[in-house]
Design a protein. Structure first.
Length: 548
């Protein structure tokens, strides 16, 4: 197990920027007052539950219990205790993620901490929500292994660390204090790409870190100019990176979050040979699908190898459209503090969103949210890409650092694709999809060979190898733009109609035998044997016989 190192006290408090495992916190609470009943009130109640000010299920009704919880929150934070969520109270509710918890307290927030301690191997009892001796001792043990003061109190700093990937679990080596030559302590989340003329606090962090590693001797000015660019190029060359002087996410992670980072006193690492990732991924928001491609013989990602149903972000909290390069961060379980929920097989896409499974109410396979499962195929998340559990595990197991994920909202409706990825019913006894037969091996299409014979009429809702060949041929000829699935739906109907119109046939959308003969004309033409040449042997005229 790789050993990670921690620096104590002020240095830790100044530089430990927690990487939050969770979805984009798209829903923000807004002002509200007693008597209201709406979604915003429910969000306020969820936040109060998370912070242990409210201990009931959020109802969306702003009644006396909610008012009292708001007053308690306002009192603890030196606000006017009106019980009304005014602008100042709403702003603070959106900002604060944790509240200090200690022995004697009882709440759902305590239960969530206990669940996380159980998952990390520090607590060996049930998550009861009661903060008693066992929980105090588990917190102390966690704090000890993670190099923070052993108080037994779940203060804000302890909770922030507990709910991140950088938290050391009981099966790992505890963090140790050394002379400071190794620096895997901060796990600072990437903020934005930095280049010449960038400025701000992120630049100061980079300059301070480069100076710490011996590459930079200029002032910590917050201005990314020639001296910083030169220092960054040297750092990159020492650490086997492309020495372009830019601070992209890959460079940032090596600079701040890699335990074996090479400093200026060490031997430079060799520049690795560039290797293309095995896969590329497209998230199709229109059709709520995740498509995985492999490289073809030209090293282009065109070979579709996996199709998955998903839930992307809602229109209010959309998934981040664009191309994203995965940084390799993963977790078997993740926790969303804003919603008090969990998910399995988390693979980060960017700073805000990730691939992960459907939602669980706690770290327990039987606590799967049926609603979350039922919403697959529809926009439902706060920006993350939700998947069936086995699909999120496949991504967790197979998709590597450097893989490009393209999230797109501009792809056309593809009925063939949507039908190919329909989710099975949920077996609630085991909280897993009802088992389905293993998919048959995809047919092999070769453009210069004959299609499956004999030709038989194909129409909407047909399926099988003949439809696969039909779609493949139509796609090769430029008529079909959808996904080749072997199932005949609207996209195939439209493509057949286009072909029929251009070939002076009635555009029925049904691929009858006449249409198929025209489509496969080139490969169905019988080979014409060349006419055999017959050698003509001239007849010899007999010589005249002389008469006597």
């Amino acid at each position: 197990m790789k050993k990670r190192i921690i620096l104590f006290s002020a240095f830790l408090l100044l530089y430990l920027f927690v990487f939050a495992i969770g979805e984009d916190l798209g829903h923000k609470v807004v002002p509200a007052k007693p008597g209201e009943q709406n979604e915003n009130v429910r969000l306020i109640q969820e936040k109060l539950v998370q912070l242990s000010y409210l201990n009931t299920n959020p109802s969306g009704n702003y009644l006396e219990q909610t008012k009292a919880a708001v007053q308690h929150f306002q009192k603890d934070n030196q606000l006017n205790t009106s019980g009304i969520v005014d602008d100042e109270t709403a702003a603070l509710l959106n900002k604060i993620r944790f509240r200090e918890l200690k022995a004697g307290m009882q709440s759902k927030a305590v239960a969530l901490i206990q669940e996380r301690l159980i998952e990390q191997g520090y607590l060996h009892s049930k998550a009861t929500g009661n903060f008693k001796t066992q929980t105090v001792n588990a917190i102390k043990e966690f704090q000890k292994d993670n190099g923070i003061p052993e108080t037994g109190i779940a203060d804000v700093a302890t909770q922030e660390l507990l709910f991140t990937q950088s938290a050391v679990d009981k099966n790992e080596e505890p963090l140790a204090v050394t002379d400071g030559r190794t620096y895997d302590v901060q796990n600072i989340a990437f903020e934005s790409k930095l280049r010449r003329a960038s400025e701000g606090e992120a630049v100061k962090k980079v300059q301070a870190r480069l100076k710490e590693l011996g590459f930079f001797d200029g002032p910590i000015s917050g201005y990314y100019m020639n001296q910083t660019v030169a220092a960054m190029k040297k750092f990159q060359s020492y650490n086997g990176l492309i020495a372009d002087g830019l601070t992209d996410q890959n460079t940032w992670d090596v600079l701040f979050n890699q335990s074996d980072v090479v400093d200026s006193m060490s031997t430079p690492a060799p520049t690795p040979e560039p290797v293309l990732p095995k896969y590329a991924i497209t998230v199709d928001v229109t059709n709520q699908a995740v498509l995985v491609y492999e490289r073809d013989e030209k090293d282009q990602y065109t070979k579709l190898v996996r199709k998955m149903i998903c839930s992307t972000g809602t229109k209010k909290t959309p998934s981040d459209v664009g191309d994203w390069v995965l940084n390799g961060r993963k977790a078997k379980w993740c926790y969303f503090p804003a919603y008090g929920s969990h998910a399995k097989f988390w693979t980060q896409i960017n700073k805000y969103i990730a691939f992960h499974s459907v939602i669980y109410t706690q770290v327990d396979n039987m606590s799967l949210s049926v609603s979350s499962y039922n919403h697959l195929g529809h926009r439902a998340s706060h920006g993350c890409i939700r998947l069936m559990v086995h699909d999120s595990k496949w991504i967790y197991d197979n998709i590597e650092k450097g893989t490009v994920v393209s999230i797109r909202e501009d792809l056309p409706v593809d009925e063939e694709l949507r039908n190919a990825i329909k989710k099975p019913a949920l077996n609630k006894t085991v909280m897993l999809p009802v088992s389905t037969p293993e998919p048959t091996v995809e047919p092999v299409f070769k453009a210069n060979e004959k299609p499956p014979m004999p030709l038989e009429s194909l129409r909407k809702n047909s399926s099988g190898e003949a439809v696969f060949w039909l779609q493949s041929t139509l796609k090769e000829k430029g008529y079909y733009t959808g996904t080749i699935t072997g199932s005949y739906y609207a996209g195939t109907v439209d493509a057949v109609k286009k072909f029929q119109k251009e070939n002076n046939m009635y555009p029925s959308g049904t691929a009858d035998v006449e249409t198929l003969q025209a489509l496969y004309h080139e490969v169905l033409q019988p080979e014409v044997a060349p006419t055999a040449s017959i050698e003509v042997i001239p007849q010899m005229t007999p010589a005249p016989i002389a008469l006597p």
